[in-house]
Design a protein around this ligand. Structure first.
Ligand code: ARG
Length: 256
């Protein structure tokens, strides 16, 4: 009797461990559910932003096409950027869509598609600033969005970092004079800087190169494989590039 109880306990522990270690869903799981639940921080034009209360942008277009190929609908959930990856890793959402930079640290905790675009970090300053390059940032106050590669990079470089949950607040910190510079992904820098009507400018010197991809919980193997297959085809036949053209953004291929 005791042996049986022990055996059952061992089985229960094993099963719950297996459930914990793999939060990822299979292609079949998604198709059975009929929807792809997307976590996003829509403060990142032109990749994802709000038009009224609708989330639109380059990545929304790409995921809409993916959903159509899978025969499912997209269900978009909005949150701050620093909640996107944790939510995906825990299995709460199926996919993270947020101009997410693929790097080794993140790959330890999440699965990623292949990159579909090559971005960089840009420096935004006030139009009359005497900061002209990266070297001028030493000892300066810099705003970033919480949880981003910009935050990590600026901390590592020893700048005085002010981190904000919302990208727009990181931008306002610059325009209201709280910081000397704002570090953010290059295309977003150009887009949001243009919205300040000449008050700010984006410096020519970029700081990093960063491939963007979509994030999934560990163990989403068949799902990621299917999406990679679609991305490969669309990178090869110019479909991805044409989406960038639609938004008037120069396409930088992730393929060397
Ligand atoms: N590419 C940067 C990163 O992955 C910034 C992404 C911020 N995304 C957003 N939707 N606000 O850390």
């Amino acid at each position: 009797m005791k042996k049986w109880i022990a055996l059952i306990l061992v089985l229960v522990v094993c099963m719950s461990l297996a459930a914990c270690s793999s939060k990822g869903k299979s292609l079949e799981d998604i198709q059975n559910a009929g929807k792809l639940v997307v976590a996003t921080s829509p403060d990142f034009p032109p990749f994802e932003y709000l038009e009224g209360d609708k989330v639109v942008g380059i990545e929304v277009d790409i995921l809409e096409m993916i959903a159509e190929e899978l025969g499912v609908t997209l269900e978009i959930k909005q949150m701050d950027f620093d909640s996107v990856l944790p939510g995906v890793q825990s299995g709460k959402y199926d996919v993270g869509m947020s101009g997410i930079t693929i790097n080794e640290k993140r790959q330890k905790n999440a699965d990623f598609t292949q990159p579909y675009f090559l971005a960089s970090q840009a420096i935004v300053v006030m139009a009359d600033s005497n900061i002209t390059c990266k070297a001028d940032l030493t000892g300066k106050k810099v705003s970033v969005q919480t949880g981003t590669t910009a935050e990590e990079y600026c901390m590592a470089n020893g700048y005085q970092v002010n981190a904000y949950q919302a990208n727009n607040d990181a931008c306002s910190a610059l325009t209201s004079g709280k910081v000397d510079a704002w570090v953010v992904d290059n295309e977003v820098a150009l887009d949001l800087s243009a919205q300040t009507n000449g008050a700010t400018k984006v410096l020519d010197e970029a700081m990093t190169t960063e491939p963007y991809g979509f994030a999934f919980a560990k163990g989403s193997d068949t799902l990621v494989a299917k999406i990679d297959e679609l991305l490969t085809a669309w990178l090869d036949d110019g479909t991805i590039e044409s989406i960038f053209e639609k938004y008037d953004v120069p396409f930088v291929s992730p393929k060397k």
